[in-house]
Design a protein around this ligand. Structure first.
Ligand SMILES: Cc1cc2nc3c(=O)[nH]c(=O)nc-3n(C[C@H](O)[C@H](O)[C@H](O)COP(=O)(O)OP(=O)(O)OC[C@H]3O[C@@H](n4cnc5c(N)ncnc54)[C@H](O)[C@@H]3O)c2cc1C
Length: 472
């Protein structure tokens, strides 16, 4: 089923010149959080990162992290609960998410965000723009600058202050394991050659397999020909090692997609434009989907449209509001992706849409709004002001953002086999681990990718540190 490269070396294990109590592979949100947690427990930790500088999908993200029962929620008077979160996840996934993993994340996500903010100067502010969309309460926590690059910088700075060592240009190409499947070291490819390093505990924070086109075609055939808009370094290395060591994987067909990647400029069109009343049309000028029903799954209907593209339609007022707080909206302006016109007819010409098409779709929405009923696609626009000139449009396509399936972990973020027995000293989090999105694209709740990275990262770091101390 899996095309396994033999990347677990079981014989000819070298005597390692250097060994670390805890080694983390991958310097995204998961790896850096795991390293911070291990350091807080007083353990030496080394992070190995293949790139010249830590970047990962984390830097490409919007930086929004789901957290349940956080201090920020409590301060805002929000009465969230683990059970409400579990119920939201199960509603979204039609009961197909792993229940134990969902509870684990519900119980720890808020506490982990509080720890990052109070102990490590990683402030994540509760956001009220992304409400609804499957979360019963505001749960998205976003860095002040509202982007993933800032989140990664905050975590990197925290690691530097805590004394976490990050070795860059250090791609792990193989693990050394003994006959009990205990990982005893890693083989690292560096610009000046190959190095070996011993380890007592290993945390896999190598994200998913979105950059591995063969695996995407195998597990997510519907996205085999779609663009991948995540970090190319996410080749599924950690998942592969886990499999070779006998680990179980789950929900390998799950993923987060998005139907609103500016085409060809490759900038994510901020979703609040749509939440506030914008809509999508295809190249025939026709709406084809309820734009808020399934943000992640919207990549599928968009890719099904002629040419695999669509137009996001909004107005200048919404653009200005968004511009004030969205780096992506600023980028859309900078790259000239936004078309603007003083009338529907002019916008139709600019976007080469059939004459009268936008006028007709907007009139349909206005009529449904006036009657306070859902429109023909089931979307209710009541409470949202109608679009006013000047009108705006951005051409978009659908893309794969990140995969959601991966290694099965237990409540210590330790990687387990199909029978539930854990591997001796292997942990995983973030995109390398199974998520809580069920088996397909429809189950992804906003901000769960970073939530799984940060929450499981912290749990993995604490567990690995405990195990390392027990060994000493
Ligand atoms: C455009 C976009 C927007 C998104 N927005 C959000 C959002 O707002 N909220 C949210 O929750 N999620 C979002 N996501 C998803 C989110 O970015 C990921 O779920 C999250 O970043 C995963 O974190 P990670 O630490 O597991 O992986 P990453 O951040 O990708 O880090 C993995 C690291 O491992 C390194 N690595 C891989 N293999 C090796 C190896 N063999 N040796 C050494 N290093 C290796 C990689 O180079 C990389 O730096 C978004 C994704 C995209 C693409």
């Amino acid at each position: 089923m899996y095309s396994l490269r033999m990347t677990i070396i079981r014989d000819a294990i070298p005597s390692f010149e250097f060994s670390m109590p805890v080694v983390v592979i991958g310097a995204g949100a998961c790896g850096l959080t795991a390293a911070l947690a291990a350091r807080d427990a007083g353990v030496e930790v080394l992070v190995l990162e293949r790139d010249k500088r830590p970047w990962g999908s984390t830097s490409m993200s919007l930086g929004a992290v789901c957290g349940v029962n956080s201090a920020a929620q409590k301060a805002a008077g929000i009465n969230d609960s683990v059970d409400t979160f579990i119920s939201d996840v199960m509603d979204k996934t039609e009961g197909r998410a792993d229940p134990l993993l969902t509870r684990l994340v519900g119980e720890h996500s808020g506490e982990v965000l509080d720890w990052l903010s109070s102990e490590h100067q990683v402030p994540l502010l509760l956001d009220f723009k992304w409400v609804g969309l499957g979360h019963s309460h505001p749960r998205l926590h976003i860095p002040p600058g509202r982007n993933g690059e800032e989140l990664l910088a905050l975590l990197s700075n925290a690691c530097a202050r805590a004394g976490v060592e990050i070795m860059t240009e250090a791609r792990v190409v193989a693990l050394y394991a003994d006959s009990t499947d205990r990982v005893v070291g890693v083989r690292i490819e560096r610009p000046d050659g190959i190095e070996d390093l011993g380890c007592e505990q290993l945390i896999l924070a190598t994200c998913g397999f979105g950059g591995n086109h063969e695996w995407v075609a195998q597990h997510i055939p519907e996205m085999a020909r779609a663009q991948y808009f995540g970090h190319e370094g996410n080749q599924g290395d950690g998942i592969l090692w886990g499999l070779e060591l006998g680990a179980a994987v789950g929900d390998m067909s799950a993923y987060q997609g998005l139907g609103t990647l500016a085409d060809p400029q490759q900038v994510v069109v901020p979703h609040p434009l749509m939440i506030e009343g914008g809509f999508l049309v295809n190249s025939r000028g026709q709406r084809f989907t309820h734009e808020l029903a399934n943000i992640s799954g919207m990549c599928v209907p968009v890719l099904e449209q002629p040419g695999g593209t669509a137009w996001v339609i909004f107005d200048r007022k919404r653009h200005d509001t968004c511009l004030a707080h969205s780096v992506e909206q600023q980028q859309l302006v900078e790259v000239g992706a936004i078309k603007e016109a003083s009338s529907w007819a002019e916008l139709e010409t600019l976007c080469q849409l059939p004459a009268g098409s936008l006028t007709a779709e907007n009139a349909h929405i206005d009529a449904a709004r006036k009657n306070a009923t859902a429109d023909r696609l089931g979307r209710d626009f009541s409470g949202l002001a109608s679009l006013q000139p000047p009108f705006c449009a951005v051409k978009v396509t659908g893309a794969l953002f990140h995969t959601q399936g991966g290694l099965q972990v237990n409540d210590e973020a330790a990687v387990v086999r199909a029978d539930g027995r854990r591997l001796p000293n292997l942990y995983a989090g973030g995109g390398a681990a199974r998520g809580v999105s069920g088996p397909d694209v429809t189950g992804y709740l906003p901000a769960m990718g970073l939530c799984m990275a940060i929450t499981l990262g912290a749990i993995a770091g604490r567990s690995a540190a405990r195990a390392a101390c027990a060994v000493e």
